[in-house]
Design a protein around this ligand. Structure first.
Ligand code: DGL
Length: 297
């Protein structure tokens, strides 16, 4: 019989960016199975309205719950900023997002108490990071900036080559497009440097794949925070507290679902970021009508 502790952890994002969080969870909790959902067909979420993103977050969370998951991680900042509370109110399983863990990590690291945050338009306009950081330390000044082209850059860079993803993004910095990735990054990041931040939060789950590029523009003094590690720690704590950690004898069986039109691309990009091979026999293709038909629980 399947017990709650043997159920997978549900993780979702607008596309493949959330694999940066899923891989931290898989690395930290080596006995846990993950059920990853990438809503690639409706990616990007960032330029959409808060109401629309919240609707998507509710649809996917309900869908994951119906498959049987013991906890849900909203591995998308845009969906966390707009939908976390609504999803938490609706579901019986614990639901966590990526903003509070990222904010906590930044507060722990900053000494100048000047923190930069970059993210999608939806995330930055929600003000969620500023609220989360200042609720932990009201003396911190937060400088936020929407950097939507970084999502495009990750998607483009990933399509050019695959392995290992971060190296490609670093090499891609100078060569592929005009303006180059480096020029775009400088335009976005130089104003934040001038604000004398000492810490930068990557407020989008696609951005950790650009860490070498972002660090090279910022210089080594500015610390970069991705919420993935801190989120994985929260998952471990919650499951331990609820006595729902998978038994030490269990072997993880990851499963995947996507709305992608091109599942082969989802498989190859996802495998490169997740660092575990996604096999087509554990991948479900979910039509949008199925998500749109999700009823209240
Ligand atoms: N991964 C999403 C996030 O963390 C960004 C991509 C998108 O715009 O859909 O906000």
């Amino acid at each position: 019989m399947e017990t709650t502790s043997s159920l997978p952890i549900g993780v979702f994002d607008s596309g493949v960016g959330g694999f940066t969080v899923a891989r931290e969870i898989a690395d930290r909790l080596t006995h846990e199975s993950i059920f990853y959902f990438g809503d690639t067909l409706r990616c990007p979420y960032g330029p959409r309205s808060p109401e629309e993103i919240q609707t998507f977050a509710l649809q996917i969370s309900k869908w994951l719950c119906r498959q049987g998951v013991k906890l849900i991680v909203i591995a998308c900042n845009s969906a966390t900023a707009t939908g976390l509370e609504a999803v938490q109110r609706l579901l019986d399983v614990p639901v966590i997002g990526v903003i509070e863990p990222g904010a906590r990590a930044a507060v722990q690291v900053t000494t100048a108490r000047r923190v930069g945050v970059i993210g999608t338009i939806a995330t930055i306009e929600s003000g969620a990071y500023t609220r989360a950081i200042r609720s932990l330390d009201a003396g911190i000044t937060v400088f936020s900036s929407a950097t939507p082209r970084f999502v495009e850059m990750v998607e483009q860079g990933l399509r050019l080559d695959r392995n290992p993803v971060e190296d490609i993004m670093a090499q891609a910095a100078e060569i592929f497009i005009r303006p180059t990735f480096s020029e775009i990054a400088r335009d976005y990041l130089n104003p934040l440097k001038r604000c004398k931040i000492d810490t930068l939060v990557l407020g989008c789950t696609h951005y950790p794949l650009l860490t070498p590029l972002i660090q090279s523009v910022l210089g080594s003094e500015i610390k970069i925070i991705s919420s993935a590690e801190e989120t994985a720690r929260d998952v471990a704590d919650i499951l331990a507290r609820r006595r729902q950690l998978a038994p030490a004898t269990s072997r993880p069986l990851h499963r995947f679902a996507t709305t992608a039109k091109n599942p082969a691309e989802f498989v190859s990009l996802g495998s490169a970021i997740f660092r575990h091979q996604i096999h087509e026999d554990v991948l479900s293709l979910v039509p949008l009508q199925e998500l749109e038909g999700e009823k209240a629980i």
